[in-house]
Every structure is written in C-alpha cells, then in structure tokens.
Design a binder for this molecule. Sequence first.
Ligand SMILES: NCc1[nH]cc(CCC(=O)O)c1CC(=O)O
Length: 336
Amino acid sequence: MTKTTQPDPSLPTLRLGTRASALAVAQSQQIADRITALTGHAVELVRITTHGDVTRASLSSLGGTGVFAMALRDALLAGECDFVVHSLKDLPTAPCPGLTIAAIPERADARDTLCGRDGHTLQSLREGARVGTGSPRRVAQLRALRPDLVIEDIRGNIDTRLGRIRLTDSAALDAVVLAAAGLTRLGRTEDISEYLELTSWPSAPGQGALAIETREDSPVVSIVSVLDHPLTRMGATAERAVLRALEAGCAAPVGVSTIPDQEKPAGAFDVVATVYALDGSSALSVSGQLPSAADAAPGEGLVEAVSAAERLGSDLAAKLLGLGAAELAPLGPNRG
Ligand SMILES: NCc1[nH]cc(CCC(=O)O)c1CC(=O)O
C-alpha cells in the first residue's frame, strides 16, 4: 500500500498516541501513513509517557506489558489522543470498558525467528550454546528441541536483545529468539538466520497482528475501521480466546497459531494450540478448523464468524484443560 495521498486539509487531524520505543513508533507511523492514504485524514503522533507513579516494583509485579497497554488506554480515556496501536500479543485479553478494538489490520509474519551469531540455526548451534529469550513459551520450545542449550533470561527492547549477539564479553549470546514481525517493522530482517515454522513452533496468540483501539463512542471508530482485515480478526480472536479460557497470561508457556490447512481447499485454516511443560519435556496440542473465510465479509456474516472463532478458541482451551494442561504448566496470569 504505497499510495501517497496528501492529507485533505478540510478533514480533522487525528491524534495517535504512542509509546516512545522504536518498535512502537515504527508501527504507529506505518498505521498513520496507511490511514492518511486511505481516508485523507492527517495523523499526528502524540508521545505518551508511562506515568511517573508507576514504580519499577509495581511494573514487574504487574507483569510488564499489560502495564504499557494500560498507559495508552488511560491516555485514550483521558482524551489525550484519538486512537492507539497495540501489538495484539501484548494486549490483555480482557476488554477495557469504554474502549473498542476498531480494527485489526492484516497480519504480518506470525513466526518466531532465531537470530544467531554468524548465521547459526537451531540445529547448527554448538553444544551448550547460550540463547536468550524472556518468554517461558520460547524457553520450553528451545528446551524441547535442544536440551543442551544454556538459556538466558533477557529483557529489553529489540535492539538491546539483538545487541547481545554482537558482544564479545561475558554478556555475549550465541543467538536470541525474536518475532519476525517486530524485526520486519524495524527493518532488521538481515539479522534473522532461521524462521521457525508455525507447525512445529507455534507462536504467541495474536503475534504479528496489530490492534487499533479507540473510545467506543468516537467517530474515529468508523474512520480507522477501513484497516480491519476480517480473516486476521477471526484468527486472532480464536487464538486469544484460547488464552482467555485457559485463564492464562501473556507469560504462560502457551503457543497458539492459525495455519493454512494443506489438506483442505484454499482458504481453510487450522487453529493449533499447544501448552508446554516449562522444561520442554512434554506438551499437549489440540487443533480445530476456523469458520469459513467466506463468511468473513463485513456485516452480520463477520459478526457471526468472529463469535464462532471465539467459541472455537474456548473449545480448544476446554480440551486442553481436559487433557491436563493446568497440571502440566503454570497458566496463571501473575507469573513474572
Ligand atoms: N513481547 C515483545 C513484543 N511485542 C510485540 C513484538 C513484535 C511482534 C508482534 O507484534 O507480534 C515483540 C517482540 C518479540 O516478541 O520479539
């Protein structure tokens, strides 16, 4: 979508609230440009700083990313901006009163990647190599495939994490696991040495997708809804419904991905949900078929298809719980 439309000066400028991180600014600017191209509205980025009364202690005890989403939501509710762009995978599954997800644009690559020093892949890393990730899901997936690896808990933004494979001191890592979508939005795909396929390495619910949130009574709802992509909304809804029905947080070792079904006609998608033991020694996996993409037309059909996707997600979670998922892994939302 490279149509370059000048903003129409007779239309109001929309204020897009964004966090200051490189990824947040990059994805907000990309959405701003598409909205201007499609609607003619100028879009101005407004930096939202996380409130000074949020201490380091409360940040970590609240679980990190949910707090950042909340800072943007507070700014929306306070009228400091007209809409915000979240990484869908970082957005808590509980709806926020007064706000609505007005659009879920077409998903980027949902896969995780390995960014290895000297182009190493998961198979080619030396025995005992040091790999960084802060996600319990990725830890379990790494341990399942390469129990010999030494896994380091790393935090921080994408640049900081990538930097660890360029170091030469004791903090150096041989590889880090990062989402393809974030690297693509930041123009850092040259650091990717391997794409981890969703069939063997499901990623986080909603990974690769963005969510555009507005106040529910705002005229901006219908303006930004031009970017909604029904199939992405259906898949992401099913994926997030699994997490919600498991009562699991974004830190639970759970992978859920929507994958094209090779055996069915084009347009058929399977939702695959996997819960891992933290040490990677075992996993439980279930799958089900997403309602037909043909129903994903705007209007009544879409509303029904999205609620069917939601039911599919809760059914998959019920199956996982029936198989013993809660005994296999800590699912609670309050893990760090
Ligand atoms: N939890 C951090 C985070 N939140 C969103 C992305 C980018 C990918 C996306 O938008 O799904 C990332 C980085 C990563 O997981 O590597």
